[in-house]
Design a protein around this ligand. Structure first.
Ligand SMILES: C[S@@+](CC[C@H](N)C(=O)[O-])C[C@H]1O[C@@H](n2cnc3c(N)ncnc32)[C@H](O)[C@@H]1O
Length: 335
């Protein structure tokens, strides 16, 4: 193991990666470099920025494997910075804008309070729950968060559609389906399916835009509501991509019971989540769990046995478990 102070320094300086990425995306550097390599002076001239500061920012990011630089000092995009452009097939820029934002920082500042007192961090920072904050109080936050979710959903649903055989299903409801990104991929890959995105009413107009521009308005619709009250009835497949992890056990059971009561008798629920593996090594699920600890009100990542206990409490059992190439799990559930 590296000396203790080196380990601590490295972990502590994670903030610099976060903020450097945020600055590059906020300034639009990846999109500018998509037009071709440029020196810091040339980029700064276009952005009306400080050339020396920009050069230092990009020198740092190059040493962190984001962007490249040629011997004559011209910066260019690489595989990492390309995914931060507006036109990337799966754009990760909203993740950077979400994660590096001041509002996310203010919620994370409440982590000690969350741990010491159990106070919900978003509530402590802004006086309201997370989804109310992003959808009703801060439109930039809503844009960044919902955009980040859409990018994740695009990736997961592409992998899901490639991996899972959905040929027996004809009506699909994507519960907590955000702006409909996942549904568009599932429907494009399965022409026999008609589908619904069910999410908070605030996401309705963005979802309508996504479904219309995918040319799916005749096979897809958005329904707004609160999934703790009820979910749309009569579907043979309900999917939930990264929804269960937002909530505590009692809320999850209520949500799963609502779906169980709404689905066709021989219907299925597919829950897509990153399971916390056994062992002490790093795993994305453990970082994501820190996110759940601060952003949600009771959200958490769970181990396999925790998921199984949750499903059993809702009167559901796992009839199949499939691991996607993203290493996220699909739990296929039935009554
Ligand atoms: C973590 S996001 C996942 C979004 C999407 N499934 C994905 O994979 O990107 C959770 C979703 O649940 C929705 N949501 C939160 N509370 C809800 C509620 N009470 N009823 C319906 N949807 C809700 C949010 O608006 C958000 O779109």
């Amino acid at each position: 193991m590296a000396p203790g102070f080196v380990v601590v320094l490295e972990r502590m300086l994670g903030l610099i990666d976060n903020k450097a990425l945020f600055a590059a995306v906020e300034l639009g550097v990846p999109d500018l470099l998509a037009k071709g390599p440029r020196s810091a002076r040339e980029i700064a001239a276009v952005l009306d920025a400080d050339a020396d500061a920009l050069d230092r920012l990009l020198r740092y990011l190059v040493c962190r494997d984001v962007f490249t630089v040629s011997p004559d000092g011209r910066y260019a995009n690489n595989g990492a910075s390309e995914v931060l452009t507006l036109n990337a097939p799966i754009p990760w820029r909203d993740w950077v804008l979400f994660f590096g934002s001041d509002w996310n920082g203010r919620i994370f500042d409440r982590l000690p309070q969350r741990i010491a007192e159990g106070a919900a961090a978003c509530e402590a920072a802004f006086g309201v729950g997370f989804f109310e904050y992003i959808n009703q109080r801060n439109s930039d936050a809503g844009r960044a968060f919902n955009g980040a979710m859409a990018a994740g959903a695009r990736l997961q649903s592409l992998l899901f559609a490639e991996t899972m055989d959905l040929s027996r299903y004809v009506r699909l409801c994507d519960v907590g389906g955000g702006t409909g990104e996942a549904l568009t991929h599932l429907l494009s890959a399965n022409p026999q399916i008609h589908g619904t995105v069910f999410d908070l009413p605030a996401l309705g107009s963005d979802a309508a835009t996504v479904l219309t521009s995918a040319g799916l308005i005749n096979r897809a619709q958005f329904l707004g509501g609160d999934f703790f009250d009820a979910v749309p009835t009569g579907y043979d497949l309900y999917t939930m991509f990264a929804v269960i992890h937002d909530w505590d056990d009692d809320c999850c059971v209520r949500l799963l019971e609502n779906i169980r009561d709404a689905m066709d008798p021989d219907g299925r629920i597919m829950v897509i989540e990153k399971v916390v593996p056994s062992g002490r090594g790093y795993d994305f699920s453990k970082a994501s769990d820190m996110l759940m600890l601060v952003l949600g009100d009771g959200g958490r990542e769970r181990t396999e046995s925790e998921y199984e206990a949750l499903f059993a409490r809702a009167g559901l059992h796992v009839c199949r478990r499939v691991v996607l190439p993203s290493l996220f799990d699909v739990f296929e559930l039935r009554v």
